[in-house]
Ligand binder design. Structure first.
Ligand code: SF4
Length: 643
């Protein structure tokens, strides 16, 4: 593609699209316990990309998970990244900015897995690791001779990776900050896309690079760091070198950081690794346990988890002061409806509070996807980006699909009942030692968290929950009380998500949506007759979606009765509400603001589209809070065609 060469420094806007809410969002915890935080982790990939730009470029990073995207940016180039789960929003943003006349480049892990999905969608797509290919794109962009695809086929040496531009991120709005030491993992799990993208030979950064990044984060007064490596111990020798370095760094800097990471379960076999993790002050690790069933593990080629005592391994980590978060999967060919019970018993016995159970999902390009495609067991068009939803894109072998989904919902109901949360805490605390250097963080922050937990999580759960909370405290030594509080927070956050996204009771929800539809129609009766308002209620797939189109002036659009009614619908069901505003009066701006404030807590489930005519009078919509629709493209499943 040939364009005019850039005669002045390029202004680049990098955007991380909004994630749909999932277990990973921990929204309840962020809203109620950590109100000064907006998201769990910042977009490290964009900060690395910014560091790879020519020094003259003016780069801005917008993370739509914490702030609104600009609708009229002063940018020569817009870069939009995305994982599979972000693809829908990434598409919307790409289309919007291209329509506004911007040159748009797309990238991210989904673009690397499925570049063909971007063909015709964006001006340029960059696939694969960015370190070499992004500077090549930047050079071409400056000269006005860009190509539509930049594909990295070489293996990137991580020693060539620059210090990410942490200064471009609003670090204080995240719960922890991400760093990366390695890419690649030596194992061969059948469902894993990591080894498809990064290969099986772990590549690592040098210690000086890690030291530079830590220095920058220390200067920003960051304390919590998450090593986003998919398996930090993929190369144990190099991992030990890193941990020696981190332990020494911590000693020199008074243990300023708390670390967490992801690793394979064989971590528990190596006393030296465990000792080093303690010395460096790693306080948690995420482990892909997947299943307590040996045959399911063999089927999915999770060889590192087979032939071992998984429960014993978890407790070994606890005994070294390291909390365990874990991923579990149901839906392997070997799994049956009895598997749910086996998973429940293992998760409860192990005391793992943050237990991310997902239905087996096949991501394109993975060996699992290719096998199921051959076996004709992929569900056409089913979503595959988020495996923490009650649905998947595969046809299970030994279970009926609907029964599997019901079993999955029932498992979460059991896990996140007050009884389930309390039982896991007791089973963990029996083994978990305090982190070697963790106590220093406990005092002030712990008290604040306890106060907020009490107000927002315990009192609202009634005397039964209060009793369970007190009994878990009573069963733990005082040194473990901060962990008890933290586990209640995590448990209640996951329960809140589950309640809002899993528990849709279709007949009840339909009834509520129909009643809301009838009441709103009554409120707008005159306006509907005059053609100023249109109401559409969809009841597809058991999920209700109420859409209100304002296409003429109306007095009642944002009346308190309408607000209360919509609030009730959203509070009591998993329904979604979409407002399409084509016209707006100046005096309605404040009312619309109030409506959005009232509905903000439902986030994803509230969408709003503002037409060209209404835009000058509309308030600024924070797209990180509600879903700001940027297009009414009829091809997009998000958008309603009224005519
Ligand atoms: S251990 Fe984790 S990163 Fe490695 S192949 Fe298995 S799922 Fe992928």
């Amino acid at each position: 593609m040939s364009r005019q060469p850039q005669s002045r420094p390029v202004r680049l806007l990098l955007i991380n699209p909004r994630f749909p809410e999932s277990f990973w969002s921990f929204r309840w915890a962020l809203q109620n316990i950590l109100p000064d935080k907006r998201a769990i982790n910042p977009p490290l990939g964009l900060a690395t990309l910014a560091a790879l730009c020519p020094p003259t470029w003016q780069v801005e990073i917008i993370d739509e998970n914490i702030e609104a995207v600009p609708l009229d940016p002063q940018a020569d180039l817009v870069g939009i990244c995305g994982m599979a789960v972000q693809f829908r929003r990434q598409q919307e943003l790409i289309k919007y900015y291209r329509r506004q006349g911007h040159y748009v480049v797309a990238g991210g892990s989904f673009a690397s897995l499925c570049p063909e999905d971007y063909s015709g969608l964006t001006d340029t797509v960059v696939t694969g690791e960015a370190e070499y290919i992004w500077p090549a794109f930047c050079r071409d962009f400056e000269q006005g001779v860009t190509k539509s695809v930049y594909q990295e086929n070489d293996v990137v040496n991580l020693e060539d990776s620059p210090t990410p531009r942490f200064d471009l991120l609003k670090l204080n709005r995240y719960n922890s900050v991400s760093m990366q030491f390695s890419r690649g993992c030596p194992y061969r799990c059948e469902f894993c896309e990591i080894i498809v993208m990064f290969g099986r030979r772990p590549r690592t950064k040098r210690m000086e690079q890690i030291g530079r990044e830590l220095d920058v984060l220390r200067a920003h007064k960051i304390h919590d760091i998450y090593f986003v490596d998919d398996n930090l111990i993929g190369n144990k020798k190099l991992a030990k070198e890193l941990l020696h370095y981190l332990a020494d760094y911590q000693r020199r800097h008074d243990y300023v950081f708390r670390f967490g990471t992801e690793a394979s379960i064989n971590l528990a076999d190596d006393p030296m690794l465990l000792q080093l993790l303690m010395s460096a002050n790693f306080t948690w690790v995420f482990i892909g346990i997947e299943s307590p069933d040996e045959d399911s593990l063999k089927e999915t080629r999770k060889s590192q988890n087979t032939g071992r005592d998984l429960m014993g391994a978890v407790r070994t980590l606890y005994q070294h002061g390291i909390d365990v978060l874990a991923g579990f999967i149901i839906g392997f060919d070997n799994d049956t409806l009895y598997t749910f019970d086996a998973q429940y018993r293992f998760i409860t016995g192990s005391g793992i509070q943050v237990s991310m159970v997902g239905l087996l999902t096949a991501l394109p390009r993975t060996p699992l996807y290719e096998r199921l495609q051959r076996e004709d067991r992929l569900i056409n068009g089913a979503a595959h980006g988020d495996n923490t939803k009650p649905g998947t894109n595969i046809i299970p072998k030994r279970m009926d699909y609907a029964a599997m989904v019901r079993g999955y919902q029932a498992l979460y109901r059991r896990l996140f009942s007050d009884h389930g949360i309390a039982q896991r805490i007791r089973n963990k605390i029996r083994y978990l030692r305090s982190p070697a250097c963790g106590q220093r963080y406990a005092s002030r922050k712990g008290l604040d968290n306890l106060r907020r937990l009490f107000m927002h999580g315990l009192l609202t759960g009634g005397p039964a929950r209060l009793f369970r909370f007190v009994s878990t405290l009573a069963s733990a030594p005082p040194r473990a009380w901060p962990q008890v509080v933290e586990d209640w927070i995590m448990g209640l956050a996951m329960r809140d998500y589950m309640k809002r996204h899993f528990m849709s009771d279709s007949p009840r929800e339909r009834q509520l949506a129909q009643r809301t539809d009838a009441l709103i129609r009554k409120l707008f009766a005159t306006d509907i007759r005059r053609g100023n308002v249109e109401i559409v209620t969809r009841l597809d797939n058991g999920d209700a979606d109420l859409q209100i189109l304002l296409r003429g002036y109306t007095r009642r659009a944002f009346s308190m009765r309408a607000v209360r009614r919509l609030n009730k619908l959203l509070r009591r069901s998993a329904a979604t509400v979409t407002l399409h505003i084509e016209v707006l009066r100046a005096d309605q701006r404040r009312q619309l603001e109030r409506l959005l404030q009232r509905l903000a807590r439902y986030g994803d489930r509230v969408s709003i589209w503002i037409g060209e005519r209404a835009r000058p009078l509309a308030p600024t919509i924070d797209s990180s809070v509600v879903h700001l629709l940027l297009t009414r493209d009829p091809a997009d499943p998000n958008h309603v065609q009224y005519e």
